[in-house]
Design a protein around this ligand. Structure first.
Ligand code: PBG
Length: 331
C-alpha cells in the first residue's frame, strides 16, 4: 500500500466513511452469508434420541430420525451443508464401523440424500470414533501406523460415497491419505466426489468437548505424532501443498480462531476453496461466557466468523450454523 497517497489530517478523515449504517454497509470489505455455513451433526443409532453434551450446549448425539429433523431445519434456514460424524454401537481394533456398508454414517447419509436431496452431505472420514483405542489409525505396539491405516481410510471414504455423500472430508492426518482416498474413489467410479481435506489440522486442546460428543478421546497418549504442532506455520503450508498435490479439492484449517494467520497464508498461497472449522472448544468458550452474561453471544459469534472470512475462509464450519442463519435473516 502506498501510504503517500493518503493526505494528512485534517484532509484525511477515515471517520467520514463510518457516519451511517448504510455507508458502513457500502464500504464493508467482508460479509457473512448463509451460503458459507456448514453444520456439524453427530449420529448414533436409536430412535427419538437427543442426548445432550455437557460441554457443548445446543449440541446433541442424535438418532437418524432426529438428524433428519435437524437437517430439515438447517435446510429451511438456508444452510447448504451438514458435516456428519458417527458414533458406532461397537468399537474394535480395525474400526469396522467406519466402513461398514450399513454403518451409522452410511445409513444416515442414505436417508438424508433420499429425504433432502438438495442438502449437501459432507462426511467426516476418520477412524478414531470407531477404534477401541480412540486413535485415528491402526495401533501396533503403542505406535500409530501410517500406511496400513490408509487402506481403512480409503475404504471408509468410498463407503460414504457409495451411500451418497456429496463430499468426503478426511480428518485423520495420516500422510498420503488424500492420494489413497482419491485413488479408491476413482477406482469405485466416484470420479466426481470432491475431497475436502482437513489439511492443516493442529493437535489442539480446543477439541476437548468434541471428544466427549464423539466418544473419541484417545485411551493412551495423544495425537501429537499425527496432528500438527501449534508452533508451526510453514509446516501447515507444506501439509496443505501436499494434500492439494494428492488431489484435495477443498482444504480446511482447524481450529479457526487461534489459527487465523494460517488461514490467511493458505488462502493467499493456494487460492482453493478454504474452510475454517470453528471447533468445539471455541464454541464452548463463547457459550460459557454468554451463559454467565459476560459477553453477547450473537455479537461475539458473528464477529468471530467475520474474522475468519477476513482471514480468507470461504466456508465456515460452525456448531452455531443454525443460530447464525437465523441472525442473518433480514428482519
Ligand atoms: C476426528 C475429529 C476431531 C475433530 C473433528 N474430527 C477430533 C480430534 O481430532 O480429536 C474436532 C472437532 C471439534 O473439536 O469440534 N479426528
Amino acid at each position: 500500500m502506498n501510504l503517500s497517497v493518503l493526505g494528512n489530517f485534517p484532509v484525511n478523515r477515515p471517520r467520514r466513511l463510518r457516519t451511517s449504517p448504510a455507508l458502513r454497509r457500502l464500504v464493508a470489505e467482508t460479509s457473512l452469508n448463509v451460503n458459507q455455513l456448514v453444520l456439524p451433526l453427530f449420529a448414533r443409532s436409536g430412535k427419538k434420541l437427543r442426548r445432550p453434551v455437557a460441554a457443548m450446549p445446543g449440541v446433541f448425539q442424535l438418532s437418524p430420525d432426529e438428524i433428519l429433523r435437524e437437517a430439515t431445519q438447517a435446510q429451511e434456514l438456508g444452510v447448504p451443508a451438514v458435516l456428519l460424524f458417527g458414533i458406532p454401537d461397537q468399537k474394535d481394533a480395525k474400526a469396522s464401523g467406519a466402513y461398514a456398508k450399513n454403518g451409522i454414517v452410511q445409513q444416515v447419509t442414505r436417508r438424508l440424500k433420499k429425504e433432502l436431496p438438495e442438502l449437501l452431505v459432507i462426511t467426516d472420514v476418520c477412524l478414531c470414533e470407531y477404534m477401541e483405542h480412540g486413535h485415528c489409525g491402526i495401533v501396533q505396539d503403542g505406535k500409530i501406523l501410517n500406511d496400513p491405516s490408509l487402506r481403512l481410510l480409503a475404504r471408509t471414504a468410498a463407503s460414504h460415497a457409495e451411500a451418497g455423500a456429496d463430499i468426503v472430508a478426511p480428518s485423520d492426518m495420516m500422510d498420503g491419505r488424500v492420494r489413497a482416498i482419491r485413488a479408491e474413489l476413482d477406482n469405485e467410479g466416484f470420479l466426481e466426489t470432491p475431497i475436502m481435506s482437513y489439511a492443516a489440522k493442529f493437535a489442539s486442546a480446543f477439541y476437548g468437548p468434541f471428544r466427549e460428543v464423539a466418544e473419541s478421546a484417545p485411551s493412551f497418549g495423544d495425537r501429537r505424532s499425527y496432528q500438527m504442532d501449534a508452533a508451526n506455520g510453514n509446516e501447515a503450508l507444506r501439509e496443505v501443498a501436499l494434500d492439494i498435490q494428492e488431489g484435495a479439492d477443498l482444504v480446511m484449517v482447524k481450529p479457526a480462531l487461534a489459527y487465523l494467520d494460517i488461514l490467511r497464508r493458505v488462502k493467499t498461497e493456494f487460492g482453493l476453496p478454504t474452510a475454517a472449522y470453528a471447533v468445539s472448544g471455541e464454541h464452548a468458550m463463547i457459550k460459557a461466557a454468554a451463559a454467565n452474561g459476560w459477553i453477547d453471544e450473537r455479537a461475539v459469534t458473528l464477529e468471530s466468523l467475520l474474522a475468519m472470512r477476513r482471514a480468507g475462509a470461504d466456508i465456515l464450519i460452525t456448531y452455531a450454523a443454525m443460530d447464525v442463519a437465523k441472525w442473518l435473516k433480514p428482519a
